[in-house]
Design a binder for this molecule. Sequence first.
Ligand SMILES: Nc1nc2[nH]cc(C(=O)O)c2c(=O)[nH]1
Ligand code: SF4
Ligand SMILES: [Mg+2]
Length: 265
Amino acid sequence: MSTTITATTSRTSTQVAVADLFYSFQGEGANLGRRALFVRLLRCNLTCGYPGMPRTADAAAVGAMVCDTEYTWNTAKHDLQAAPAMSAAEIWDDLVRLDPATGNPGLAPVDLIVVSGGEPLLHRGIVTDLARRASASGKALEIETNATMAPSAALIAAGARFNAGLKLASSAVPYGKRIKPQVITQLQASGQARWKFVVTGPDDVREIADLQQEFGLTEVWLSPEGASVDVVISRMRWLADVALTHGWNLTTRQHVLIWGDERGR
Ligand SMILES: Nc1nc2[nH]cc(C(=O)O)c2c(=O)[nH]1
Ligand code: SF4
Ligand SMILES: [Mg+2]
C-alpha cells in the first residue's frame, strides 16, 4: 500500500523531500517480517555502483553492488523535483493514516517505523523529530543508514536504532567517502547499531571480516545483493555457511522475494 504523492512545493530546512510512504513488512534484518510503516527520503551522499555522481542517464555502473533506489539521488536519470516537500508533522500524520489500525481499532497497531533513503541522516532534524514522535507513541523506529554521517546525541537519546549498512569496495565508492572511522565508532558505542553488509561475492566477505576486526563491530548481518528471487536465493545459499562460520547473522530480502523490485513495497 502506498500513498499518492503529488504537489511540489518549496523546501525549507524544516521540510524534506519524500520519495515514498508505504505500509509493508520490514524486509531485512533483525525485524525481518515485522509489519512496518516506511518513509523514504530523497538524496544520498554516496553513489553506490558509480565512483561519483553520473553525468548522463546512460552512464554505466562499474561496481558489482549498485544502488537499488537510484531514484532518490541520481539526478542524471531521475527528476527529483516531483517529490513533495513535507514537514516531520506531515510525514507523521501520513504514517498514522497508513496504519490500518487507525481506521479499524480492532486491528493491532503497527509498532515499527522504518526511515530509509537515500541517506536519511542528511536530514537529521526531521529524523530526530520522527524518532521522538515514534517514542512518544510507543513505536520503535529504525534508520537504514550508510553509516557515514554522525547521528546526533538527541537522535540516539530518542531511542532510534541504526541499521548501519557500511558500503564495501564492490560499491565503487572511494574508500574515504564510504568509511568514516569516527562515525563507525560513535554508532558502535551507542549500542543502538546493527551492522548490515550487502554481499555480492567473496571479496566482500574478506572486507567485512577486516572491518569487523578494525572497529569491533558486535552485531553483523549479511544481506544478499539482488533485486530478483533467483539472485537473492542463490546468494543466500552460498552465504549461509559463510555467516555461520564467521558468527554473523543472515537476512534475506523478503520484499524482493514477494514483490521483486517493485517500488514502495
Ligand atoms: N519491505 C521493505 N523492507 C525494507 N527494509 C529496508 C528497505 C530499504 O529500502 O531500505 C526496505 C524496503 O524497501 N522494503
Ligand atoms: S548509500 Fe544506499 S541509498 Fe545511497 S547510493 Fe548507496 S545504496 Fe543507494
Ligand atoms: Mg531497499
